[in-house]
Design a protein around this ligand. Structure first.
Ligand code: GLY
Length: 354
């Protein structure tokens, strides 16, 4: 890299690349360094639900979730124009199964899904979309390559050091300088070297696919606290339904466990009996980046002028990517962020709010 970029981003997952495009739109020069290939980790393991209203989400995520979801139509339109790679929502409707004690919701599940388990399950019908991250990823990559953003893959960052006027970055390919640095390395966090209280650790999720059951074939996502089912209507997985996911503290181990995968399928079949004995077509795992409070870390590292982090998006990286990119770009340029960011302050673990 001959010319010093305004911003160096470590990590080429969906968070790093959407941020790179957001900064490029603001006429900053951006270099992205990826330890391996771009978009090879959690970003393509995800099911792709824009789960704004998932009751499992911390309440603090709601405003950022709504904001980020609102940016998706424009993001997909710009990928279509800039990358000429059409990506569209796969589904527009989610049925959220609630514990039967939630008596305020009166719709029985089997009235909405004819093949659903009988009983007094309660269900909330949500206008939430899903998309296929394996369609989104290549489109995003084409858009990045068509932009002024420079992307260096297989270039792990060893260390980052802030000086008065710049950031010096040691990489496997030699030393480089940038005006600002953003850690978007997810579960491979570089930020704890500067801020030990900010732990971002991997949480493994195992997933599988089965042939889409008739109940979901029109494009309905079915979700409970224990399991979710996400049908693919078009693209390479058309006719398949993703079932996920385990949540495991297993370090960087990605191994698959037949017993856990079958337990997921059983949890799905408990809601949709037509899934009993469904053949498993594919299995995989991904490593979600999790902070101690399961909220992302977005902003400047405390005590620093030039070091930022956008990471820890845990179960909602796809949903939160466009919004996180915008609010971080706004903060980096000294603008007021579109949604309040205090819940996501990187220093919150060192100095919890009183
Ligand atoms: N996005 C759902 C999950 O992490 O399992």
């Amino acid at each position: 890299m001959k010319q010093r970029p305004d911003v160096c981003i470590a990590g080429a997952g969906i968070i790093g690349l959407t941020l790179a495009l957001a900064l490029d739109r603001r006429n900053l020069s951006v270099l992205v360094l990826s330890a391996g290939n771009a978009l090879a980790e959690a970003s393509v393991a995800a099911a792709g639900m824009l789960a704004v209203n998932d009751p499992e989400n911390p309440a603090e995520l709601l405003a950022l979730s709504h904001y980020s979801r609102s940016l998706y139509p424009a993001l997909l339109a710009s990928l279509n124009t800039r990358a000429h790679v059409p990506v569209s929502f796969q589904t527009h409707s989610t049925l959220q199964v609630l514990p039967s004690t939630a008596t305020d919701i009166a719709s029985p599940l089997h009235a909405l899904l004819p093949h659903a388990a009988p009983g007094d399950l309660r269900v909330l019908s949500l206008a939430e979309e899903s998309l296929d991250p394996r369609e989104l990823a290549p489109a995003l990559l084409v858009a990045v390559r068509a932009s002024r953003v420079r992307l260096h893959t297989t270039t792990p960052v060893h260390s980052v050091h802030e000086t008065a006027n710049s950031v010096s970055i040691k990489t496997v390919a030699g030393d480089m300088e940038a005006g600002l640095f953003v850690d978007c390395t997810g579960a491979w966090s570089l930020s704890s070297a500067h801020l030990p209280s900010l732990r971002i650790v991997p949480r493994k999720g195992q997933m599988l696919t089965v042939p889409t059951p008739a109940s979901l074939a029109q494009g309905i996502v079915l979700r409970s606290h224990a399991v979710y089912m996400v049908p693919r209507l078009h693209g390479s997985r058309a006719g398949q339904t993703l079932i996920g996911a385990t949540i495991e503290d297993a370090g960087f181990d990605r191994s698959l466990d037949d017993r856990q995968l079958h337990a997921l399928l059983e949890a799905a079949a408990a809601l949709l009996p037509e899934l009993r004995d469904a053949p498993i077509l594919d299995t995989w795992s991904g490593l979600r980046p999790a902070t101690d409070d399961l909220l992302p870390a977005l902003g400047r590292l405390p005590g620093s002028r030039r070091l930022f982090v956008a990471s820890g998006h845990y179960r909602n990286g796809i949903l939160l990517a466009p919004g996180s990119a915008e609010v971080l770009a706004q903060s980096m340029l000294g603008e007021a962020p579109a949604v309040p960011l205090h819940a996501f302050t990187p220093g919150r673990f060192a100095h919890p709010p009183s």
